[in-house]
Write a protein that binds this ligand. Sequence first.
Ligand SMILES: [Zn+2]
Ligand SMILES: [Zn+2]
Length: 268
Amino acid sequence: MKTVLFYGPQNIKIEEKEVPKAGPGEVVVKNKVALTCGTDVKMYMRGHPLWVPPFLFGHEAAGIVVEVGEGVESFKVGDRIVAHNSAPCNKCYYCKRGQHSMCENILFNFGAFAEYQKIPKEIVEQNMFKIPDSISYEDAALLEPLSCVVYGIDEIGISLGDTVVINGAGPIGLMFVRLAYFRGAKVIVTDISEERLNLAHELGAAFTINVAKVEDQVKAVKELREDKRGVDVAIEAVGLPEVWEKLFVWLGKVEEFCYLGGQKVEVL
Ligand SMILES: [Zn+2]
Ligand SMILES: [Zn+2]
C-alpha cells in the first residue's frame, strides 16, 4: 500500500509499505477519505514537539473495515467507520476528573494519509463509530473537528437568547455557528472572506461583519445589540494571538486592556 511518512518540517514522502495486520482488539481500515486539518498544516510547516520523525501522517479519515483482530465484537469486515485519532487512559488524574482531552497518557494514532490504517484497541473500544447510511465518508471524516466544537459548546454553556460573537468562519468557526444557533443564540460572525460569511449566514448567523471593511471592530459588534453592550460569549476560531486579545473587549465589561499571563496588555 501507499502511505505518507513525515520526515521533518516540509519533508514528507509517499512510500510503499506492507498493509498492517490487526492484532488482538485491533481493526484495519481501508481509508476512503482523509482530511487535512489545521494541525497537519502546522505539523508540516514546523514539526511537532511530541513526536520524533519519521512517523505516519494525517489523523482525520473515514473508511471501511477490512480486518478485525481477535476479540473484536463491535465491528465486522465491511462496516463503514470513522475513528478518532486518540483515546484516553481513563486512569490518570485528568481522566478521573472527566477531562479526557488532558489525559496524561493519551494514545494517539496517525496514518490517515495511507491506503490502509491500523486502529489500536483503545480507540476501537472507546472512540470508533459506525457511519449511518445517511452520512457520507466525506462528512463522517469531520468527526474529530466536530467533536472539539461540541466539547467547546458544552464547556461554554450558551443560553437561549445569548449574543455570541464567533471570530473566524473557517470550518471550526462555521461548526460553532451552527451549534450556537441550535442553542438559541444570536450569532455574530466576523471574517475577511465574503464567501465564508455567506456560508455563516446560511448556517444560522444573524449578523456577519467583514472585518477588512470596518474601522472599529469593537463598535461594529456592540452596535448589533440594542443595549450596545458587549457580547455574552466570544469564541476565537482563527488561531492568532492578536485576535484572542480583541475578544476581551467584545465581552461586556472589559474595555481597552486586559491581563494576559499577569501582564497588562493594551488591546486595539
Ligand atoms: Zn484534526
Ligand atoms: Zn488519562
